[in-house]
Design a protein around this ligand. Sequence first.
Ligand SMILES: NC(=O)c1ccc[n+]([C@@H]2O[C@H](COP(=O)([O-])OP(=O)(O)OC[C@H]3O[C@@H](n4cnc5c(N)ncnc54)[C@H](OP(=O)(O)O)[C@@H]3O)[C@@H](O)[C@H]2O)c1
Ligand SMILES: *[C@@H]1O[C@H](CO)[C@@H](O)[C@H](O)[C@H]1NC(C)=O
Ligand SMILES: *[C@@H]1O[C@H](CO)[C@@H](O)[C@H](O)[C@H]1NC(C)=O
Ligand SMILES: *[C@@H]1O[C@H](CO)[C@@H](O)[C@H](O)[C@H]1NC(C)=O
Ligand SMILES: *[C@@H]1O[C@H](CO)[C@@H](O)[C@H](O)[C@H]1NC(C)=O
Length: 320
Amino acid sequence: MGHLAYYFLPTILLLALIRKYRESKWGKCTNAVQLNGKTAIVTGANSGIGLEIAKELAARKAQVILACRTLDKAKETCIVIQQNQNNASVIPMELDLSCLKSIEQFAEDVKKNHKEIHILINNAGVSYPNSRRIETIDNFEIHFGVNYLGHFHLTNLLLEPLSNTSGKSRVVVVASSLHERGEIRLDDLNSLQVSHRANLYANSKLANVYFAQQLAQKTKDMNINVYACCPGWVYTGLFRHTIKWYHFFVITPVAFFFMRSARQGAQTPIYCATEPDLENETGLLYRDCKHYNSKAIFYDNISTKLWIETENMINRVLNR
Ligand SMILES: NC(=O)c1ccc[n+]([C@@H]2O[C@H](COP(=O)([O-])OP(=O)(O)OC[C@H]3O[C@@H](n4cnc5c(N)ncnc54)[C@H](OP(=O)(O)O)[C@@H]3O)[C@@H](O)[C@H]2O)c1
Ligand SMILES: *[C@@H]1O[C@H](CO)[C@@H](O)[C@H](O)[C@H]1NC(C)=O
Ligand SMILES: *[C@@H]1O[C@H](CO)[C@@H](O)[C@H](O)[C@H]1NC(C)=O
Ligand SMILES: *[C@@H]1O[C@H](CO)[C@@H](O)[C@H](O)[C@H]1NC(C)=O
Ligand SMILES: *[C@@H]1O[C@H](CO)[C@@H](O)[C@H](O)[C@H]1NC(C)=O
């Protein structure tokens, strides 16, 4: 018994120290900026990183719209937030990013009730195995459709209330450092050819970063700043479709050392949404609450063509 404790306790202590050391590298949003009188939208705010962002923005006294696929669940989430935070101003709204009609309806309702939007967090996202093609209601490949194209359309529809604010408003694009493994196939953006299905999630995240860069250029004179960020590797339900139960034997120890809690993962998006030091920055990428230098190479010609082709794809669905 005695010698067991002799080895066991130091081991636990060592593991805990390694975890603490790793956590210290992840960055924390340390500013105390309050958001009284400001309105924020968080997509995919029912779970994971989005939920933690919504809670923090509400705690900083913003009015927060939880833009979620399931309205009933969003209503429950709002009740829970209000139970934990006196006077939290949270509004549940329905937004299905896999459906352009739903996005248009959402944007219309938002604009009816809110003349100004100060913060838009494009957080919602999906990850599925690449073995089988899954499509959105509008027949877009699901990663491309939800993670990228849906947010592209949503953001463009909200430019008016975003630019109608007294101070600068902020669009935060939650991407991923996996974008570095992505590819933009301009000849097959919708990944219809089987050979193009290598890493659809990474491709959508690369498209997210291109979008943030291009949007930043287009909104330079519109009172809007754009920030792309990677939350880090976070323990959420994101990979529930790709991970099997037996993977957990491997994942549990790895997660202990390398994975952030949702609250820790929310730090960089919150930093991008609030940090005063970033007030004159737009179009850049952040991770661990600081700049992140992407290993990806970005091409201007791809950036402009991707934007135009995305608009065309949207217009084709909407018959314009
Ligand atoms: N977890 C990580 O390690 C990691 C790493 C890098 C980047 N990210 C990014 O972080 C973001 C948040 O992910 P998470 O890790 O917090 O995962 P999560 O817990 O699965 O959250 C994703 C959210 O997106 C929502 N969503 C999915 N499809 C939607 C649709 N069609 N319309 C509207 N909302 C939809 C989900 O709603 P439901 O609850 O209805 O499904 C959920 O609330 C994603 O953009 C992800 O790519 C995550
Ligand atoms: C909560 O809101 C009410 C009215 O909106 C206000 O009178 C009250 O002071 C607020 N309480 C706190 C703790 O902020
Ligand atoms: C901009 O906001 C003001 C109030 O803050 C409102 O009166 C005006 O109608 C808004 N403009 C647009 C185009 O929504
Ligand atoms: C941003 O620019 C304005 C105007 O040039 C300047 O007053 C302000 O100090 C700058 N803020 C930061 C954080 O650099
Ligand atoms: C973009 O430009 C690079 C070099 O600047 C070139 O190699 C590439 O073929 C171009 N791509 C497209 C799609 O035009």
